[in-house]
Ligand binder design. Structure first.
Ligand code: AMP
Ligand code: MN
Ligand code: MN
Ligand code: MN
Length: 273
């Protein structure tokens, strides 16, 4: 069975519509797919069920949180689509995204890029507004040559556009997922660039809040890091998840379903479903 439990669509910062993503997953022979757009479940409302043909969809989302001044992402899997408390939480994340977008726009205006918000809003469309839409707009106005340059100069960790104070604390967000009956997964632990001891503390806090799994395999992650994360996963008695974090075809992002297999010592999160 082939699993990909982390992917994005136009409902957030992915390039493909939900139906196009599903078509691509079927071409890649994926059996079980989770669409995990940033702070939204909207993709699930757009899917034409007749296109699934044997593909199992696991309702999910990738929630933005704060942990000790870091912006940490928590994937929620197997979520109900009609839980009113969870939908309220999603709505509050959406409001935070809009609030954050105007803060980022004001900060970029001070750097000399005036009035970029309308173009950014247009790029986000109906989807969750995020930093990648700012990156697109900065490319369009000629402020930078590429997305990568936009993140490197203005939007990435520690730069002007890295605004994280709007996000709720990690334990609160894990609680939302638990209360809705879903499984909380610590997303791409390698991306936070934490020291070994900080990553252990993050994992302990995540477990204390009710977190159950970590992404041992994420996208094009280095093999050495995968082995280290497998060790952490076993040591902390967590379940293991695997996802491409696919956003669009091309070099920067991993292709859908192309992640390396989970190390054998790990118990896959899907074994519990
Ligand atoms: P946000 O969800 O608005 O905080 O934006 C985070 C998103 O930006 C990630 O999910 C990626 O899609 C994208 N991203 C983060 N770092 C980079 C980078 N260095 N280059 C391009 N895209 C990035
Ligand atoms: Mn993204
Ligand atoms: Mn993420
Ligand atoms: Mn993601």
């Amino acid at each position: 069975m082939k699993y990909d439990l982390h992917s994005h669509t136009t409902a957030s910062d992915g390039e493909l519509s939900p139906d196009a993503l599903i078509a691509r997953a079927r071409e890649a022979d994926i059996d079980v797919l989770a669409i995990t757009d940033h702070d939204t479940l909207a993709a699930y409302g757009e899917i034409d069920q007749s296109t699934l043909r044997g593909l199992t969809l696991i309702p999910g989302t990738e929630l933005s949180t704060q942990w000790q001044k870091n912006n940490v992402h928590i994937v929620g899997l197997n979520l109900p689509l009609d839980d009113s408390a969870f939908n309220d939480a999603i709505a509050s994340q959406q409001r935070s995204r809009i609030e954050r977008a105007s803060i980022i726009a004001d900060k970029l205006a001070k750097k000399g890029f005036a009035d970029i918000l309308p173009g950014v809003l247009e790029k986000a469309g109906k989807g969750s507004i995020g930093r990648p839409h700012f990156a697109q707009q900065l490319v369009e106005i000629g402020a930078v040559k590429s997305h990568e340059e936009a993140f490197k100069k203005y939007l990435g960790t520690g730069k002007t556009g890295d605004v994280k104070q709007v996000w709720p604390q990690l334990d609160e967000v894990v609680g939302w997922i638990r209360d809705a009956g879903g499984t909380a997964v610590l997303a791409h632990p390698d991306k936070y660039r934490l020291t070994r001891s900080k990553l252990h503390r993050l994992t302990d806090d995540f477990i204390a809040a009710g977190g159950e799994a970590i992404e041992v395999v994420s996208g094009k992650q280095d093999k050495v890091r995968t082995r280290e994360l497998a060790k952490l996963c076993v040591e902390k008695n967590l379940l293991a998840s695997s996802g491409s974090d696919f956003h669009q075809p091309g070099k920067f992002w991993a292709e859908l379903g192309q992640q390396s297999p989970l190390p054998e010592e790990c118990t896959p999160v899907w074994d519990r479903w």
